[in-house]
Write a protein that binds this ligand. Structure first.
Ligand SMILES: *[C@@H]1O[C@H](CO)[C@@H](O)[C@H](O)[C@H]1NC(C)=O
Length: 391
């Protein structure tokens, strides 16, 4: 049971962390510049960071209506690649830069912020430099390698006095390939990667190639076979890798990508795909006590039942009055199929209280949890003295 408890609380933690980050993101996005700055990975790359102050509580600001704003008019965000001192090239969706060479991007805005592939942010080895000029920002990456392949984004900032915030609508992105003659795949630090395949949730196998010219195929390790990529069930995107759109149990197993270019043929990191029956909704438990009023010395059973999708694991946790005197918890858990057309199952946990005492009177709470969430239900049990029952 402690293990189940641990799992349950960990799951809840994960869920609440997710919720909290969504909330933070919303706040950041809507109005709180300070928070937005902190939650943005590209933050530390900003050179002359504008002094941030939280806006006074004036509600969401209608930016276009304020006169003091210095920002580019719509459609005026430009991202250019600086080829040499005099040559600038407006970038398209993707560009290729020779490995070992220098990537220089210039983005109009005063100021601008940049987002770079996370690996570059993590290992700051001095190859990346960001400078803000009067009217534009410049990102320079030297001694490039295939590992630098990825998305580079420029966010022009809206500024009002010293208060700046990102303008997400005007962000400009470019995907930069650094074709490496030795490494067709962006190197990974892991020999293999475990990926959860969740029912009906798209799953990405992020085998990223360093060259847009590479041909990439998907393979199963055992039995060895190439996996058919039809563009519907599984699709490939040169900037992302393979996506399994609606995972099914048969997609599970060890998969890897193979890239070929010229005479070179290389395999990616291995992906261990584990299928998880992912429920559509949190469980809906029903609680029932064998009796709402129990005589001292009799036995009490409180059952908590969930009927839900088949093969979805439900974890039960209990809170009961006897807990305060450390009365041990006895439960019986079971799962059984439910008849009828759609494949459903019943999961049940029964809390057993032997020889009820006064301390067992009170509220019994059952929490049922699956990967989508948790729900608690409760019932109250009254304990009556032996004599009271006899008229
Ligand atoms: C780039 O490579 C050159 C030659 O190997 C080296 O001298 C220089 O220090 C490197 N620059 C950075 C910023 O790593």
């Amino acid at each position: 049971m402690p293990l189940a408890n641990l799992f349950g609380s960990k799951g809840r933690l994960m869920l609440s962390a997710l919720l909290i980050s969504v909330v933070i993101f919303e706040l950041a996005y809507c109005q709180k510049d300070g928070q937005e700055q902190r939650t943005t990975p590209g933050r530390k790359l900003s050179p002359n960071k504008p002094k941030l102050k939280k806006p006074a509580d004036k509600g969401p600001r209608a930016v276009t209506a304020k006169p003091k704003i210095r920002a580019a008019a719509p459609g005026q965000t430009f991202l250019t690649q600086v080829l040499n001192r005099k040559t600038f090239k407006k970038v398209g969706e993707t560009i290729s830069v020779q490995t070992g060479g220098t990537l220089q991007l210039r983005c109009r805005g005063k100021p601008v912020q940049w987002n770079v592939p996370s690996y570059l942010e993590e290992d700051d080895d001095g190859r990346l430099r960001i400078v803000q000029h009067e009217r534009y920002g410049v990102l320079t990456l030297v001694n490039t390698t295939g590992a630098d392949t990825g998305e580079y984004t420029c966010y022009p900032m809206y500024c009002e006095d010293t208060d700046c915030r990102k303008d997400y609508g005007k962000a400009v992105k470019v995907f930069v390939f650094f074709p490496d003659p030795q490494e067709l795949f962006v190197p990974s630090s892991d020999y293999y990667e475990v990926i959860q395949l969740r029912t009906n949730w798209p799953t990405v196998l992020p085998c990223q190639v360093t060259s847009p010219e590479a041909t990439v195929t998907l393979h199963r390790e055992f039995p060895p076979a190439e996996v058919k990529v039809d563009g519907t069930e599984i699709s490939f995107n040169i900037k992302k890798g393979f996506t399994i759109h609606r995972p099914k149990p048969y997609h599970a197993g060890a998969l890897y990508c193979v890239a070929s270019l010229g005479n070179l043929r290389q395999s990616s990191t291995k992906y261990m795909l584990i299928y998880v029956n992912y429920p559509m909704a949190p469980p809906a438990p029903v609680i029932q006590a064998s009796s709402s009023s129990v005589v001292v010395g009799e036995n009490l059973r409180v059952s908590c039942t969930v009927v839900g999708e088949q093969d979805v694991i439900v974890e039960f946790t209990w809170k009961y009055p006897g807990q305060k005197i450390e009365r041990p918890l006895y439960t019986q858990e079971s799962t059984s199929p439910v008849g009828g057309g759609v494949a459903r199952q019943q999961s049940q946990s029964v809390l057993l209280v032997d020889e009820v005492r006064d301390v067992d009177q009170g509220t019994y709470i059952c929490t049922a949890q699956n990967l989508q969430g948790a729900k608690s239900v409760s019932t109250t049990v009254k304990v009556v003295p032996k004599a009271a029952r006899k008229p």
